[in-house]
Design a protein around this ligand. Structure first.
Ligand code: SF4
Length: 366
């Protein structure tokens, strides 16, 4: 596969973690040097195979990129930083326990200008219940260290909806996270997927009444603190939206490399193999899907409608050669009258009430 000129973003998956969290269903493996070394060599070959131009955004995610040794991490940053356009956004994910001063100084040296730290909870008992090995105090310290290293754009991840969680705990978490004064916060509810330890232990997700109360409380607190919820789970201070993730949510093409990574290049979506053995043999892509008009329409709606701003009617009408309003008039009126969506001359978007049930609202539009 060669790179398209439309492609301006690169996602790189580092699947290694120092421990496996009981709720995690990402593509991940225990960090072992006997795997990480051949993995990085193969990853670099995969990157080269795309003959990439300079990228506007690069995102190193995982897994846990900072679980690599300092030497491996430097090799990775050196390779990847050469692909970034001047002024581009360069994000790296990190876990608190392995975001050391050495890792931070390597990030600063190789131009990482956006850091995303998985904090998940600000309560130490909760952190150990969900298999996290850091304390909130340690999380506060690494954010300070990151500032000292010169990183001006920081995201933190927070989760809610843990078994037995109360509204007071959620409020306390949000208050503590706001005090960190980061530019961006991603807030996700706990999802228990088949195959995870929590699922096997029959741990249940929260009931929907609590979940709704938590969601509304989080929204209000974050907005009162000056954050805008620009995507269903993402909050930013003005001007600090994730440029890389907006590429996904605008349904634009991007290149994805690494174990289990997905990509969208030259009108084709693909998924890389989740098997390390297969990957290291150089068989990267395991599934492809040519995006025909019908799929393009589905992806367009599923991605754009996650955003507060929704989509431009002009863009929709040009892309699909039909008038969105005329095509869905009855449905639009129904959604708008129930307070679930809004439409004006330029845009269609879901409201706060619509976003929380967006999957069921999008389906009739397919
Ligand atoms: S650190 Fe992240 S990727 Fe690794 S197991 Fe935990 S949740 Fe999954």
């Amino acid at each position: 596969m060669t790179n398209s000129t439309k492609n301006k973003s690169l996602y790189i998956h580092i699947p290694f973690c120092e421990h496996i969290c009981p709720y995690c269903d990402f593509t991940k493996l225990f960090y072992l040097q006997k795997f990480s070394k051949p993995y990085l060599e193969t990853l670099f070959k995969e990157i080269d195979s795309y003959h990439l131009n300079k990228m506007e955004t690069i995102y190193i995610g995982g897994g846990t990129p900072t679980s690599l040794s300092d030497e491996e991490f430097e090799m990775l940053l050196k390779k990847v930083s050469s692909l970034l356009k001047d002024g581009g956004e360069f994000t790296c994910e990190a876990n608190v326990e392995n975001l050391t001063p050495q890792k931070l100084s390597l990030m600063a040296r190789y131009g990482v200008n956006r850091l995303s730290v998985g904090i998940e909870s600000t309560h130490d008992e909760r952190l150990s219940q969900i298999g996290r090995f850091h304390s909130f105090k340690h999380a506060q310290e690494v954010i300070e260290e990151a500032r000292k290293a010169g990183i001006k754009n920081i995201n933190v991840d927070l989760m809610y909806g843990f078994p037995g969680q109360t509204i007071d705990e959620v409020k306390d978490d949000v208050r503590n996270i706001i005090k960190l004064n980061t530019e961006h916060v991603s807030i996700y509810s706990l999802i228990i997927s088949p195959g995870t330890l929590f699922f096997n232990k029959n741990i249940k997700e929260q009931n929907s009444d609590d979940s709704r109360l938590f969601y509304d409380t989080i929204l209000k607190m974050m907005r009162d603190a000056g954050f805008e919820r620009y995507e269903i789970s993402n909050f930013s201070k003005p001007g600090f939206e994730s440029k890389h993730n907006l590429v996904y949510w605008h349904n634009q093409e991007y290149c994805g490399v690494g174990l289990g990574a997905s990509g969208y290049v030259n009108g084709e979506r693909y998924k890389n193999t989740p098997s390390l053995d297969v990957y290291i043999k150089g068989n990267f892509v395991s599934e492809t899907e040519k995006v025909n008009q019908k799929l393009l329409h589905e992806y367009f709606l599923m991605t754009h409608l996650r955003l507060k701003e929704g989509f431009s009617l002009k863009e929709y009408n040009n892309l699909f050669n039909e008038d969105f309003y005329l095509k869905y008039r009855d449905l639009i009126h129904d959604y708008v009258s129930r307070g679930l969506a809004k439409i004006d001359d330029e845009k269609f978007a879901f409201t706060d009430d619509g976003l929380i049930i967006m999957d069921s609202l999008i389906l009739p539009l397919f």
